[in-house]
Design a protein around this ligand. Structure first.
Ligand code: PNW
Length: 506
């Protein structure tokens, strides 16, 4: 017995001395993320107005895989205390959530402010601040007030003014306590999936046209909110304002010049379209992509390029308007100029670039068709962005893994994914990238857009059949908590049970 103890002590000391432990800096911000429509529920309570997801799910339920909706979702509107308790259990530094525009401005316009909506967010923010959990607030996560959609949504250039009016209400009400603002979550998903395809509301499917118009109007709306904050609030409130763009990694399938260029075109079409006007020195849309769309448009008989241009004045107004680069990162794809090419609608963004993409079968698969575990993809994406855009401050504002609703609480695949992702974060930090924080998607299971409740991303499982929407931590929650507590990744750590507690000081 004594010998066994001694041997295990020796073994522990031995591994501790030989293992070179890489640490996350003490001021590195760890958090979790959610979004209003996906968790809040209370879709028509206390004066909230209708938004495009209420409208889509109610009028066209068959487009949702399980015909569900976010009417109740995880019911976070009624569970502020429990949600903050989970943040304390995990020991989070920050929580990223989004504001529902139509909960705050039921008509979309700033003529009428819904005080009950303001109260809900005030309660949430104040409850978080009691425990030193920093609010990171997304001002728009895909839930446009339906009335504004009827006026054209992001196709109407007036969206920039409507958005600025909304931003003012938001800064006035919450800016005393919120120090990190994200104007928009994922312009690509708003503009491409929403306007250029059928992946998200309003499923407009204006292929080859809608995406580009939306991209320009959204950039200007973002810049208006940024300038408003910078000119009228920043000195007094002292926060930062930026944008979050989805940046998956697109590398070349081979090292041929053709594949390198194909990958570059794919990057420009997927995130350059949204990043370049804001983060590049020259401003405006990415050049090779703009040339390609102009050429294709001419071939197709359009009297103008389907991709609008920014005037010099607009370029100046938009460039440099982000205090940080928020990155939502999940996965990677390999891009080829000649292989894996598919047919696409004409005109469309994918037809414009005409490249193929490939996912090696050995990359671990999630419950989501687009999501695999790609090796070191955070490092690949962030080092690329850092060298392209002069190493701005970065936050990873989402990163996560989906599994099946029937999967066990012992979500080993998610644990594997998060450990690999966080190793890649450490590689990124070692390379000198100015990365300040990392947030998982998601704190809890939620309404996964057109996939309804069939794909689960939570560190906490939510029981959507219980009236209380009971939240239960998965194994990944314990592993994430241990990484935050120790600031290191210990691949051999196993939680002794799945019983969660709040550590002292949280
Ligand atoms: C994000 N991709 O969207 C969103 O911000 C969340 O609301 C969503 O629930 C989460 O990811 C999981 O899907 C993404 O194509 C959309 O790689 C598309 C991609 C990634 C994330």
């Amino acid at each position: 017995m004594k010998l066994a103890v001694l041997l295990s002590v020796v073994a522990v000391c031995h591994t501790a001395t030989v293992k070179h432990e890489r640490r996350f800096p003490d001021d590195f911000i760890f958090g979790c993320a959610t979004a209003a429509y996906q968790v809040e529920g209370a879709w028509n309570e206390d004066g909230k107005g209708e938004n495009i997801w209420d409208y889509l799910t109610h009028t066209n339920p068959t487009v949702i895989r399980d015909q569900s909706n976010g009417d109740v979702a995880a019911d976070s509107y009624h569970h502020v205390e429990r949600d903050v308790e989970m943040m304390r259990e995990l020991g989070l530094d920050a929580y990223r959530f989004s504001l529902s525009w139509s909960r705050i401005l039921p008509t979309g316009f700033a003529n009428e402010v819904n005080q009950a909506g303001i109260n809900y967010y005030n309660n949430l923010i104040n409850e978080m601040l009691k425990y030193n959990i920093q609010p990171i607030v997304t001002m728009y996560h895909w839930d446009l007030p339906q009335r504004l959609q009827e006026l054209g949504g992001f196709i109407n250039p007036l969206i920039a003014d409507w958005y600025e009016d909304y931003a003012k209400v938001v800064f006035d009400n919450f800016g005393d306590r919120v120090k990190l603002w994200i104007t928009f979550n994922e312009p690509r998903e708003i503009c491409y999936e929403g306007y250029g395809a059928t992946g998200l509301a309003p499923i407009l499917n204006a292929t080859g046209v809608g995406t580009y118009i939306c991209a320009k109007n959204l950039a200007i709306a973002h810049a208006k909110a940024y300038h408003l904050y910078n000119n009228e609030y920043k000195a007094r409130q002292g926060g930062e304002c930026g944008i979050t763009i989805s940046v998956n990694w697109f590398g070349p399938l081979t090292d041929s010049e053709e594949d390198e260029f194909a990958a570059e075109l794919r990057r420009q079409a997927t995130w350059g379209l949204y990043a370049e006007p804001i983060f590049s020195a020259e401003g405006g849309f990415p050049k090779e992509l703009a040339a390609r769309v102009a050429e294709k448009s001419a071939e197709q008989g359009f009297p103008w390029s389907r991709m609008p241009e920014f005037t010099d004045e607009e370029k100046k107004f938009v460039r440099g308007t982000s205090d940080f680069f928020g990155v939502n990162h999940y996965t990677a794809f390999l891009v080829s100029a000649t292989k894996h090419i598919q047919q696409h609608a004409v005109p469309s963004l994918l037809d414009d670039i005409g490249v193929g993409s490939y996912v090696p079968p050995e990359w671990m698969k999630s419950a989501s068709s687009w999501l695999t575990l790609a090796p070191n993809s955070i490092y690949n994406a962030l080092t690329h962005l850092a060298s392209k855009y002069n190493n701005p401050v970065f936050y990873i504002t989402e990163n996560g893994w989906s599994n099946d609703p029937t999967a066990s609480l012992e979500d080993d695949d998610r644990v594997t994914y998060y450990r690999a992702a966080l190793e890649s974060v450490l590689n990124t930090l070692d390379a000198g990238v100015n990365l300040k924080g990392y947030m998982t998607w998601s704190l809890m299971d939620n309404f996964e857009w057109l996939k309804g409740y069939t794909e689960r991303f939570g560190l906490y499982e939510v029981d959507f059949s219980s009236p209380e929407r009971t939240r239960t931590p998965r194994k990944s929650a314990f592993v994430y908590k241990e990484i935050l507590r120790t600031r290191t990744i210990d691949n051999s750590y196993e939680p002794s049970s799945l019983i969660m507690t709040i550590d002292e000081g949280h």
